[in-house]
Design a protein around this ligand. Structure first.
Ligand code: PSU
Ligand code: MN
Length: 310
């Protein structure tokens, strides 16, 4: 690949971590601009960065700003992003356009994977990935996150896919595309706010070292795909699926009635669920992201401690 160093801008903290060999964990920014309301979004971004540092790694929140792929944001950047309105939500399809235009874009799971890979970061913590939407047989609405997992070798730590999706179809597509889906200390595929979706998870690991070994083996085999780690929300923070089901159906029906389509669907439904649950879903969302960040920090260390892939 051509030299991209003029396009990539590391924050001072991330540049220092690279110099000192501290493992780095990527974080997305769409969750800040489109996933959570202000000021919960800013508080979450800060606390997620803090737990990664506690785990002995350096957080790198990723965004596109001023014609640069920003790897790591300063406190001032984070504050600006958390309060900004009408920020572009960037996936693979609009990555180049946003970068070329000089506008600000927040990165989805797919775009964060692209940026992390360009920056040599292999572990990424998020809340939940995008997937196959309910009714996709009519709308064809399938998140670009799934395609990215098939083609970019990043370990993505999630609480599964958002329960607003068709989780069964999401798992089917991941299998078709050759993406390992590994339950962390669980045999059930988690459903974001809930510890279990009732669906089995295809693979299981009980330690970060096991996951690091799978990542290394995929690299050795020249397999291009990423790896999805499904880490259930802590029991103390979960909202059981039975409680969520009604809210999800209502939010989906509201989205349909309001004629919401395309990339607005996910943010609309998440905001609607926050309203319908009177904010109860938001603390759970924050707890699961923090929980994923802790595991991602441990994973980044486990990967760094392995002998480099020949
Ligand atoms: N998880 C959250 N909130 C979010 C998202 C994930 O808790 O806002 C974002 C992620 O950035 C994910 C995106 O990549 O939603 C998926 O959007 P779409 O379905 O349009 O691909
Ligand atoms: Mn979509």
């Amino acid at each position: 690949m051509s030299d991209l160093s003029d396009l990539i801008a590391y924050s001072p903290a991330v540049a220092a971590a690279r110099r000192d060999g501290v493992p780095i964990v990527a974080l997305e920014s769409t969750i800040i601009t489109h996933g959570l309301p202000y000021p919960d979004n800013l508080e979450t971004a800060r606390s997620v960065e803090a737990v990664i540092r506690e785990a002995g790694a350096e957080p790198a929140t990723i965004a596109i700003m001023g014609g640069h792929i920003r790897i790591g944001l300063t406190e001032t950047d984070l504050e600006a992003l958390a309060q900004a309105e009408r920020v572009q939500k960037v996936s693979r399809a609009d990555f180049a356009t946003t970068l070329a235009s000089g506008r600000t874009g927040s990165t989805t799971v797919a775009a964060t994977m692209i940026a992390a890979h360009l920056a040599g970061v292999s572990v990424f913590a998020t809340g939940g990935i995008g997937g196959v939407h309910r009714g996709a047989e009519d709308t064809f609405d399938i998140s670009a996150d799934l395609e990215e997992l098939a083609r970019t070798p990043i370990v993505v730590v999630s609480a599964g896919a958002k329960a607003i999706l068709d989780l069964n179809k999401t798992l089917e597509v991941l299998e078709t595309k050759g993406v390992p889906v590994i339950g962390y200390q669980t045999d059930a595929f988690p459903a974001f706010w809930s510890r279990t979706s009732g669906l089995p998870v295809p693979l299981r690991a009980d330690t970060p070292e096991e996951i690091a070994a799978v990542h290394a083996m995929q690299a050795r085999l020249g397999m291009p795909s990423g790896l999805l780690v499904a880490n259930p929300v802590p029991a103390a923070d979960e909202i059981p699926l039975e409680d969520m089901r009604g809210y999800i159906e209502r939010a989906q029906a509201d989205a349909n009635a309001a004629g919401i389509t395309g990339k607005d669907v996910t943010p609309f439904i998440l905001a609607r669920i926050a309203d319908l649950t009177s904010g109860r879903s938001v603390p759970t969302n924050i707890a699961l992201v923090r929980n994923n960040a802790v595991l991602a920090g441990r994973l980044a260390r486990a990967i760094a401690e392995r002998a480099p892939v020949p």
